[in-house]
Design a binder for this molecule. Structure first.
Ligand code: FAD
Length: 454
């Protein structure tokens, strides 16, 4: 009764994605989350690759497009040597031109619930209020989990694969071996809350994420509706002493130090309805792992790694790693490719995407640079032959991985968008070459790995 093909721990974007994509391949999937949804999570600013790539593959893109989330055309920055705010828009990248050149600012309570409900519709056995307490092992292989169910009873379930998608508070990630390594470069602390009544930037950038640097760090200003705004201060390690004592006073003091944020807030008041009535603090959130899998177990999303809030890469990396994990599980269970080879492909692609964002964000924090330096650095990193500005947009849009380009060209977009992208991408609509010499390629439906014809 309690035996599955796949057990997924955690029902955030990473967990819902891997559970859905393996259920779509016909597998029996159990997803356990300790919370009852809707539950709060930070990470509200998405990238187009999540909406138009992964969410399209999950069949939930249209629902998201219709959900009334604030449309995000790009980002506006008061950052670096330039005293004036500057804006990039996703439409500046050819790969994201047309109807895919936007993302959304989402209330995670709603967004995550939509993905989880979608997983349920796809046949995943979703159980909320179920807390996983450990993994089971058979010889050298992880083959299940122990959990406490919603009535407090201890239970066990077994599976061919366990996926840890339980986020930054994961207790299971140790079980793949290796260790979590905290970044020596990103050691910031974030304190964040919500306001009603803040001003918006002028059209067409009203839905953009706004990032404003100040002496001790930077602020995000994310419009979540016409009236609700998420406002967070990311404080440099050296200045974290400012966030001691009374949190409200510390937060207000940080806002006072950032006049542009103060001006935009104007007479706005702190939100009073849950979950937005609380100030929250997060620290120690920038880390990587020396191992991302072991036989029978895979880490995705924040359970594996996270870099930094600037540029909204968290949900992208969570859903992208979940897609890579799902391909690996589906191909192994179908007997198409050996587990070890699939998971080596998973790890290589995941690490490449992480490193691309990581290295770029490090450069971005060098406040002495201006935006032209960011563009050329992005071009250097992506090694593309397109313009510097387009390389920058590709990078921050999460599509510098060719994975999404193929998928974006596939069946997932509306006919009009497909035609438009086909026009832009030309040959890119065809089969994808391997990303690494001797590597695997995605199947036409994007859910499995295949050994390429040589
Ligand atoms: C300050 C800050 C700002 C950020 N801003 C952004 C942003 O603007 N855009 C962006 O894309 N990302 C942002 N992020 C990152 C984003 O929050 C994460 O990358 C993202 O939520 C990861 O998704 P996930 O599915 O891996 O984990 P989560 O969304 O954390 O989901 C994990 C789930 O696992 C469940 N769980 C935990 N333990 C157990 C257990 N033992 N048993 C069962 N279930 C369990 C939890 O209840 C939870 O539902 C930000 C992060 C920080 C710290």
């Amino acid at each position: 009764m309690n035996d599955y093909d796949v057990i997924v721990v955690g029902g955030g974007p990473g967990g819902s994605t891997v559970a859905s994509l393996t259920a779509m391949d016909g597998h029996r999937v159990l997803l356990l989350d300790k919370e009852i949804f809707p539950r709060y999570q930070i990470g509200e600013s998405l990238l187009p690759a999540t909406v138009h790539g992964v969410c399209a593959m999950l069949g939930v893109r249209e629902e998201i497009e219709k959900a009334g989330f604030v449309r995000k055309r790009g980002g506006t920055f008061r950052w670096g040597a330039n005293p004036e705010p500057w804006t990039f828009s996703f439409a500046a990248s050819e790969r994201m031109a047309g109807p895919t050149s936007h993302a959304y600012q989402v209330e995670r309570t709603r967004f995550d619930t939509m993905l989880l409900d979608n997983a349920k519709r796809l046949g995943v056995d979703v159980r909320q209020g179920h807390r996983v307490t450990g993994t089971l092992r058979d010889g050298g292989r992880i083959n299940g989990v122990r959990y406490v169910d919603d009535s407090g009873r201890e239970q066990q379930a077994t599976a061919r694969f366990v996926v840890d998608a339980s986020g930054n508070t994961s207790r299971l990630h140790h079980d793949v071996g290796g260790r979590r390594e905290y970044s020596p470069h990103f050691r910031n602390l974030a304190v964040f809350g919500y306001f009603t009544g803040g001003h918006r930037m002028p059209a067409p950038n009203a839905g953009n994420v706004l990032c404003v640097a100040f002496a001790d760090g930077w602020f995000w200003y994310i419009p979540l509706s016409d009236t609700l705004t998420s406002v967070g201060a990311v404080v440099r390690h050296e200045a974290t002493g400012r966030v001691r004592g009374d949190l409200d006073t510390a937060y207000a003091g940080l806002i006072d130090d950032c006049p542009l944020i103060g001006k935009l807030l104007g007479d706005a008041a702190r939100a009073t309805d849950p979950p937005y009535d609380t100030l929250r603090v997060r620290k120690d959130y920038s880390y990587d792992r020396t191992s991302l899998w072991c036989p029978g177990m895979i880490l995705v999303g924040d359970a594996a790694c996270f870099i930094d809030p600037v540029f909204s890469s968290g949900v992208h990396l969570a859903t992208y790693s979940a897609l890579l994990a799902a391909r690996s599980i589906n191909s192994t269970l179908a007997g198409l490719v050996q587990e070890e080879r699939c998971l080596a492909e998973f790890e290589a692609r995941y690490r490449r995407e992480f490193a691309l964002f990581h290295d770029f964000l490090r450069a971005f924090y060098e406040l002495s640079a201006d935006e032209r330096s960011y563009f050329s650095y992005a071009s250097e990193l992506t090694g593309g032959d397109h313009t510097d500005a387009a390389a920058f947009v590709d990078l921050v849009g999460g599509v510098s991985s060719t994975d999404f380009a193929g998928r974006l060209m596939g069946e997932v977009l509306a006919e009009g968008a497909r035609l438009q992208l086909r026009g832009v991408l030309g040959d890119a609509a065809g089969a994808e070459p391997p990303m690494f010499p001797g590597g695997l390629v995605p199947s036409p439906d994007g859910r499995r790995w295949l050994v390429p014809d040589v």
